[in-house]
Ligand binder design. Structure first.
Ligand code: GLU
Length: 421
């Protein structure tokens, strides 16, 4: 058995800067603009003392990084994971800036994180921790200031606690201060599946560009959490054969195709894990990444497609459901092999796009049907894909660098017009 391994990288923020530099140079972006975007606007680090169920106090490190507010209030999720650190949160915050700009949302970028292991904490411990985080960030968050959402290790449940704590402190009911909420508390229909849906739309757009019929194509999906499981289900609904799935317990391969509804039922009864899933052959996560397939969807952790893995990858298209799954060193190898990489800042922007719709609905106090949300989402996603595709052709570059270029074109205008100097 192998868990999803991730290679430690000197600095994820450096990886963001490397791609920012490449894109800036290609479009001759004025140095002053690149310089502004090289630094996060604000970094907050707090220590959160929490009473654990055994009566003892444990202190948790927590962060919120605001990378940019040039195009609107900052937007980005909160992750609960053991490897959360300043560098990672900074990189994720910057990616949100570029992601929101690519998706053409009126937002800047931010990210938050708490260093903890949510799987080893009780529900009441997690509630106290989430409330402590909301209290510590009361002056950072705001419906027109900084709007968090779920990320790795968090879901609507944590968002509801954070919202409740924030509302208690401010004395106002302000549902739009956080998105990804449960539907009964101002959450949007379609939000939970939105990141997976965005992956599906990007996959279909890419298949069309390569003249591949989805009904005759195959996909491998790494990660079976919120992003991966919805992506796998939605891809399968398009007639794409899912030949392998994976989670932290390992990979599961069946060349005849995996019944995703069956796998979803299995994890629902098995503590959210694929461990022991018997309708497929057990493989490692590394083996899974190099299976011959049309589509490869890394939708679990960052830094999984290393230089070595890239050399062995045998797919036609990679759609990055996770944030930062590909290391910068792997980019040129994938490009040389002619693999289309739909980068994270485009491929997983469906989540924040529907977060934006949630915020809009909260502001209006009027709610859309799931069909309306999905249709608006698909439209926005196709427009973003097309813009990035066209920039890749125009600048003869990869989809990744083209996505940065698309974002920079918008950011450049915003930064200039605001006169931030
Ligand atoms: N955490 C998600 C992301 O990385 C969603 C962010 C949001 O909805 O604000 O895009």
């Amino acid at each position: 058995m192998s868990s999803i391994t991730q290679t430690t990288h000197e600095s994820m923020y450096e990886a963001v800067l490397a791609r920012l530099n490449t894109a800036s140079q290609l479009i001759n972006l004025p140095d002053s603009i690149t310089e502004v975007l090289r630094y996060p606007q604000k970094e907050v680090k707090v220590s959160l003392p929490v009473v654990m169920d055994n009566g003892k106090i444990k202190v948790f490190e927590a962060f919120r990084v605001i990378h940019s507010t040039h195009l609107g209030p900052s937007k980005g999720g909160i992750r609960y994971a053991m490897d959360v650190n300043e560098d990672e949160v900074k990189a994720l915050a910057a990616w949100m800036t570029f992601k929101c700009a690519v998706a053409d949302l009126p937002y800047g970028g931010a990210k938050g994180g708490i260093k903890c292991n949510p799987r080893q904490m009780s529900e009441s411990e997690l509630e106290r921790l989430s409330r402590a985080y909301a209290k510590a960030m009361k002056d950072i968050f705001g419906v027109n200031k900084d709007i968090p959402a779920p990320d790795m290790g968090t879901s609507g449940r944590e968002m509801a606690w954070i919202l409740d704590e924030f509302n208690k402190i401010t004395g106002e009911d302000s549902p739009g201060v956080i998105t990804g909420k449960p539907v009964g508390l101002g959450g949007s229909l379609g939000r939970e599946a939105a990141t997976g849906r965005g992956v599906m739309v990007n996959a279909l757009q890419s298949l069309t560009k390569l003249n591949i019929n989805p009904k005759q194509s195959t996909a491998v999906v790494q990660g079976f959490g919120n992003v991966g499981s919805h992506a796998a289900r939605l891809l399968a609904e398009q007639g794409i054969k899912i030949i392998a799935i994976a989670d932290a317990s390992g990979g599961y391969y069946n060349e005849k195709g995996i019944d995703i509804h069956d796998a979803l039922n299995y994890v629902a009864k098995n503590n959210r894990s694929l461990e022991g899933y018997s309708k497929a052959t057990k493989i490692t996560n590394e083996e899974l990444l190099v299976l011959p397939t049309d589509l490869l969807v890394p939708a679990a952790l960052q830094n999984v497609i290393t230089q070595e893995i890239a050399k062995d990858v045998k797919c036609k298209i990679i759609v990055e459901g996770a944030n930062g799954p590909t290391l910068p060193d792997a980019d040129p190898i994938l490009n040389d092999k002619g693999i289309i990489v739909v980068p994270d800042i485009l491929a997983n922007s469906g989540g924040v796009t529907v977060s934006y719709f949630e915020w809009v609905q909260n502001k209006m106090g009027y709610y859309w049907t799931e069909e309306e949300v999905n249709q608006k989402h698909d439209e926005k996603m196709k427009t973003a894909f097309e813009k990035v595709w066209n920039n890749a052709q125009k600048y003869k570059t990869s989809m990744r660098i083209a996505a940065y270029i698309t974002a920079l074109e918008k950011l450049q205008l915003g930064i200039k017009m605001k006169g931030h100097f």
